[in-house]
Each structure stands twice: as structure tokens, then as C-alpha cells.
Design a binder for this molecule. Structure first.
Ligand SMILES: O=P(O)(O)OC[C@H]1O[C@](O)(COP(=O)(O)O)[C@@H](O)[C@@H]1O
Ligand SMILES: [Mg+2]
Ligand SMILES: [Mg+2]
Length: 334
């Protein structure tokens, strides 16, 4: 019988990538895995347990929170708080970052940023959703309280990033800067097993993911790029296929496995786009680059952007390298 590597084993085996590792990052990844299992369990029976629908309150971004947004956030915050590997946490669902002040946490090395439930508009209609996480080493000295500067680091300082996708099966995909690997959850055994080793974007892609309903608001460059992908050109395999789920994690995952590009550009109604730089764009950009793809705001590498606010947004173009460069070409021409 073929032996599948568990996520736990893989994390430990790959600790050697970090010569000075003391196991804190491995323990933190295991905590994220545990919280992911708990959220997965809730999502799988969402329709039966009164956790569909709105929570009746808004988050800092003025979005009405789904009950599952709040629940997933609580699960991640309590799991990560109780296991002492981080000194602070920031979340899409929390106005301000959390500082964990007791001694264990104060001496912790890492901070985490999360989008506890990505694709919230799809929860009640049983379409794939996800969780996104990004991990940094703190800047402030150990033994002190975490500060805003620990969170406002550019994406190229991430030590790890990943997502959980709650779809036909539940998969945890992550990178620590040595490639991207995916692990499928086996509910019968209760463990994640390596199912997608060393994921790379295929050489070419022909799928584009964008909310065309916003077309009228898009910048000229993006309008012209979308027209270009829709033109007939058999040699270049155009027109491309349009696929857009309304869940960044689901569209990114499909495009990384099958080839494609995801775009959430700025627009007249959203001058900086919709997606949040720190816990949506940066982690996906790290994964994309590690899988041979690219992520930009149309002009600059996402991972070089210097964040100024916790919940700031950024235009986001991410996918196969050539496809992103083509979109950038149209943006820069304009
Ligand atoms: O409905 P729109 O405007 O196309 O936005 C969909 C995008 O917004 C998001 O839902 C934003 O994420 P959240 O659900 O975590 O707020 C992405 O997952 C998705 O790609
Ligand atoms: Mg999101
Ligand atoms: Mg969310």
C-alpha cells in the first residue's frame, strides 16, 4: 500500500530548511492545521446548525459579517492564542491587531495575519470557500509587546503563507519559501496527507478570473486586456475561458493547478481594488511566486509594496507569469 506523508511529518521533515529552527514555526503550522480542521467540521454541516446567514454586525471594512466569518475568526484566534507560538494576530474580522501579553506569548517569535473565511458571499449557497494565512517573524524585540510595525511588513518578509480550501475535498496548501505543497484532509482518519507535492503553474494558462460585472469601472488597461483575452486567435489559444467563483482561494487554487490569471483591479468604485494587501494579496503572491507564477498591482510586485494600514487594499493581478506580464503591458501602455 502506498504510504502517504502526513502534514505533521512533512512539517517536521522540512524543519531542516531553517538551520536555526527551534520548532516554533512547525508548532505554529500545526496549530493552523488544527484550527483548519475545526472550521472544516463546522462548514461541512453548516446547513444543519444555524450557522448560515448574517451575524447582524459589520467588520471594520463595513462588510456585514456572516456568522461563519465570526465563527472561523473565533476558532483561529482561540486556537492560536492558547498554543503560545505567536505574540500577536491580525484578522479581516477584527478592527485592530491583537497583542498576546502573557510571558509565553511575549517571548514568541511570530505574528499571524488571517482571512478566517474567504469567499463569504458563497457560504450560504455551498460554493467553495477558504481560509488564508500569512506568517512573519516579529521586528520588535522578544519579551516586549507586539506592535503595529510587526504587522506592516512587506510581503517579501513573510516566512510562511498558505490557505485552506473547503471544497469538494479540504486541502491545506502552504509555502515556507521552499516551494508549494498541498495536503488533502482524510475525514475518516482525521489527518492531512501530502496529495499535491511541489505545485507549479503549468507553462501556459488560458483561464481568466475577474468579476466582469465591474467592467465599466475598470481602468482602460484592464478593459483592453479583457478585450484582448476575448479576441479570436487560435494560435494563442484565445479567447480564454472565463471562470470566476467569487472566492479568491478557489479561483487561485484552480488557476495554480490548471493555469490562469485572477484579476481584482482598482476601479471607479474601489480606487485601490477590493482585496486586502496583508491577509489576501501578500500570502497569495508568496504562493504564486513559489509556484513559478507572478503577482502585481499592474505596475509593481505585490510583495514589495510597503503596507501603511492593517486593512489596506491593493489592486491584484495574479497567476501564470506570462499572463500577468501581458496584463501589466496593457496597464503600463495606458
Ligand atoms: O463579489 P466580488 O466583488 O466579485 O468579490 C469577490 C472577491 O471578494 C472576496 O470574497 C473577498 O474576500 P472575503 O470574502 O474574505 O471578504 C474574494 O474571495 C473574492 O474573490
Ligand atoms: Mg477574503
Ligand atoms: Mg474573509
Amino acid at each position: 500500500m502506498e504510504r502517504h506523508t502526513t502534514l505533521g511529518e512533512f512539517i517536521i521533515e522540512n524543519q531542516k530548511d531553517f538551520p536555526y529552527a527551534k520548532g516554533e514555526l512547525s508548532a505554529l503550522l500545526s496549530s493552523i492545521k488544527l484550527a483548519g480542521k475545526m472550521v472544516n467540521e463546522k462548514i461541512n454541516k453548516a446547513g444543519l446548525s444555524q450557522i448560515l446567514g448574517k451575524a447582524g454586525q459589520e467588520n471594520i471594512q463595513g462588510e456585514s459579517q456572516a456568522k461563519l466569518d465570526v465563527m472561523a475568526n473565533e476558532i483561529f484566534v482561540s486556537t492560536l492564542r492558547n498554543r503560545g507560538e505567536i505574540c500577536g494576530l491580525a484578522s479581516e474580522e477584527l478592527e485592530d491587531y491583537l497583542v498576546f501579553e502573557d510571558d509565553i506569548h511575549k517571548n514568541a517569535e511570530y505574528i499571524v495575519l488571517i482571512d478566517p473565511l474567504d469567499g463569504s458571499s458563497n457560504i450560504d449557497v455551498d460554493i467553495t470557500v477558504g481560509t488564508i494565512f500569512s506568517i512573519y517573524r516579529r521586528i520588535t524585540p522578544k519579551g516586549t509587546k507586539a506592535e503595529l510595525m510587526d504587522f506592516l511588513q512587506p510581503g517579501n518578509k513573510q516566512v510562511a503563507a498558505g490557505y485552506l480550501i473547503y471544497g469538494t475535498s479540504t486541502i491545506l496548501v502552504y509555502t515556507t519559501g521552499n516551494g508549494v505543497n498541498g495536503f488533502t484532509f482524510d475525514p475518516g482518519i482525521g489527518s492531512f496527507f501530502l496529495s499535491h507535492p511541489d505545485i507549479k503553474f503549468p507553462p501556459v494558462g488560458n483561464t481568466y478570473s475577474v468579476n466582469e460585472g465591474n467592467y465599466v469601472h475598470f481602468p482602460q488597461g484592464i478593459k483592453k486586456y479583457i478585450k484582448w483575452v476575448q479576441e479570436l486567435n487560435e494560435e494563442e489559444n484565445r479567447p480564454f475561458t472565463s471562470r470566476y467563483t467569487g472566492s479568491l482561494v478557489a479561483d487561485f487554487h484552480r488557476n495554480m493547478l490548471l493555469g490562469g490569471i485572477y484579476l481584482y483591479p482598482q476601479g471607479t468604485t474601489a480606487p485601490k481594488g477590493k482585496l486586502r494587501l496583508l491577509y489576501e494579496c501578500n500570502p497569495m503572491a508568496f504562493l504564486a511566486e513559489q509556484a513559478g507564477g507572478k503577482a502585481s498591482d499592474g505596475f509593481r510586485r505585490i510583495m514589495e509594496l510597503q503596507p501603511e494600514e492593517l486593512h489596506e487594499r491593493a489592486p491584484f493581478i495574479c497567476g501564470n507569469k506570462e499572463m500577468v506580464e501581458k496584463a501589466e503591458e496593457f496597464m503600463q501602455k495606458e
